[in-house]
Design a binder for this molecule. Structure first.
Ligand code: SAM
Ligand code: SF4
Length: 486
């Protein structure tokens, strides 16, 4: 006799499950309606931002209730799922080449099920299904929590189907699902984006902004801390500081409530649009004790005219003014940014303005990209005189320029002691080093006291003895174990 339980289809209805044991292998088989789910392996290939990695983790969580475990080898997988990114052409190209490789696996074993989800599938799901014979289904960004329904349909014999409808419900209500054993968790607080920057595909692939309710998030985080040992959260969204607008709530209010949760150590959030950085949020950076001393604030360009063409709704002066206000509110704050070089028809003078802004803003690190035209966006329609080689040259220049700034910033850290949460190790030329991030998101490496000592997820103090443009290294001064001192 098997035991019965409610469907695990991510909170949706579905056939009732029955769990039985295979009489020969003794392994668990999940029966849903007439379909049996023996233990199977799923391989994920994720492209793009933290949002996509977070969505992948949600899918893995749901699929566990259909008896799937994750494999890192696609050759061993029964189910192959792509979570795609459309933000730049490079991610697109990589996805298509990966999809091509999977064709060979499917030719060897017709039983392998292949699905494509995420941003590319949202806008091109129908075409993908039509064009790629080895693709079983495609699904958009708003149906992540329906992954079990889709996989059920595939194992029920349906093929070549897509689901990329938008979630039309008024509320955005979810519970954070984690599968890892780390003390760090991403917590999605808002989806979509209403900004329509002229170069960006996100509003078309992720839809309109919709926030979760503040009270729901606070309860969610409380549970993560209490029952899953979470100490550090990153509030996630394409534009988190738009959070709560439609409900009369704000990111600052949320931070103040989360700040009260006992056991929570650190609150981060990403990504922000400068236009939505309110005085209340700036104040929170000075007051909220658990809020990270780091803010990623994408500026995109240092040129007033390029920012106008990008439809960013601020000037370089206004952006620098914001940086200043944040630094007054919290003198320890560290800022980072995103830069796009080679926006259509960007002149040499406009490009120079970006280098000037980097000098003035003194970012701790930057992500920099060459403009990539995205079909359907306004900027893709602009007739452009700039060549790709000029764009790439500017990208190299901006990166070199910023690395010099960072080298100086980091060399000033030598001699200071920093507390980090250790998140991994690596061995280079036979030498083992551990690494972690400071509250202000700086990477710090250190040598272990003894080679066999395991520091994973320990809080440690490290005295910085040397630095490069990208990280610091030092000697361990104190190991607090898995909880930092009060
Ligand atoms: N919401 C954030 C903001 O307002 O800045 C950005 C999110 S977007 C997923 C991440 C970054 O990708 C952007 O900040 C931008 O620098 C870059 N990006 C977006 N579209 C791009 C394009 N068409 N070409 C090059 N880079 C792009
Ligand atoms: Fe894209 Fe960010 Fe602009 Fe939204 S705010 S359109 S996600 S760059």
């Amino acid at each position: 006799m098997g035991s019965f339980m409610e469907s695990g289809l991510g909170g949706q209805s579905g056939p009732i499950e029955e769990i039985i044991l295979d009489p020969i292998t003794g392994k668990k088989i999940i029966k849903k309606g007439t379909i049996s789910f023996p233990p199977r392996k799923v391989f994920f290939k994720t492209f793009g931002c933290q949002m996509n990695y977070h969505d992948t983790e949600r899918m893995l969580f749901h699929l566990k209730s259909l008896n799937f475990t994750q494999t890192e080898e696609k050759e061993n997988a029964d189910l192959i799922l792509f979570n795609t990114c459309a933000i730049r052409d490079l991610a697109n190209t990589k996805f298509y080449s990966n999809l091509g490789e999977v064709k060979k696996l499917k030719a060897k074993d017709q039983k392998v099920v292949v699905g494509v989800g995420g941003c590319v599938a949202q806008t091109e799901g129908k075409e993908l299904i039509k064009k790629y014979k080895h693709l079983d289904f495609a699904f958009g960004t708003d149906v992540i929590d329906s992954i079990n329904d889709l996989v059920y349909r595939a194992y029920a014999g349906e093929s070549k189907f897509k689901m990329n409808a938008w979630d039309r419900s008024e509320n955005f209500s979810i519970e954070t699902k984690i599968t890892h054993g780390s003390p760090q968790a991403f917590v999605n607080i808002i989806k979509g984006c209403n900004k329509y920057c002229s170069y960006c595909i996100v509003p078309y692939t992720r839809g309109k902004e919709k926030s979760r309710r503040l009270a729901e998030i606070v309860e969610d985080v409380r549970k993560l801390v209490r029952f899953q040992g979470i100490q550090e959260i990153t509030l996630l969204g394409q534009n988190v500081n738009s959070f709560g607008k439609e409900n009369g709530e704000s990111l600052a209010q949320l931070i103040f409530e989360l700040d009260k949760i006992e056991g929570l150590q650190l609150i981060r959030y990403t990504t922000s649009h400068p236009y939505d950085v309110t005085d209340e949020l700036i104040y929170a950076h000075g007051i909220a004790k658990k809020l990270s001393n780091h803010l990623h604030l994408p500026v995109q360009s240092g040129s007033k005219t390029v920012l106008e063409r990008m439809l960013r709704e601020y000037t370089p002066e206004a952006f620098l003014g914001l940086c200043e206000k944040l630094r007054v509110s919290n003198p320890n704050i560290v800022l980072s940014t995103d830069i796009i070089v080679g926006f259509p028809n960007e002149t040499e003078e406009e490009f120079q303005c970006t280098l000037d802004l980097l000098n003035k803003a003194q970012f701790d690190f930057i992500y920099s990209y060459a403009f990539s035209p995205r079909p359907g966006t306004k900027a893709a329609l602009i007739e452009d005189t700039l060549s790709d080689s000029e764009r790439n040259l500017r990208l190299r220049k901006v990166q070199k320029h910023q690395l010099e700034i960072q080298s100086k910033i980091r060399s000033n850290l030598v001699g200071q002691t920093m507390r980090i949460l250790v998140d991994g190790n690596n061995t280079m030329k036979g030498v083992l080093t551990w690494k972690g991030r400071t509250n202000c998101n700086r990477i710090v490496h250190f040598h272990p006291e003894t080679v066999d000592k395991n520091y994973q997820w320990h809080w440690v103090d490290v005295e910085i003895t040397s630095s490069t443009a990208l990280s610091c290294s030092g000697r361990i001064k104190k190991d607090y174990g898995k909880l930092p001192p009060k």
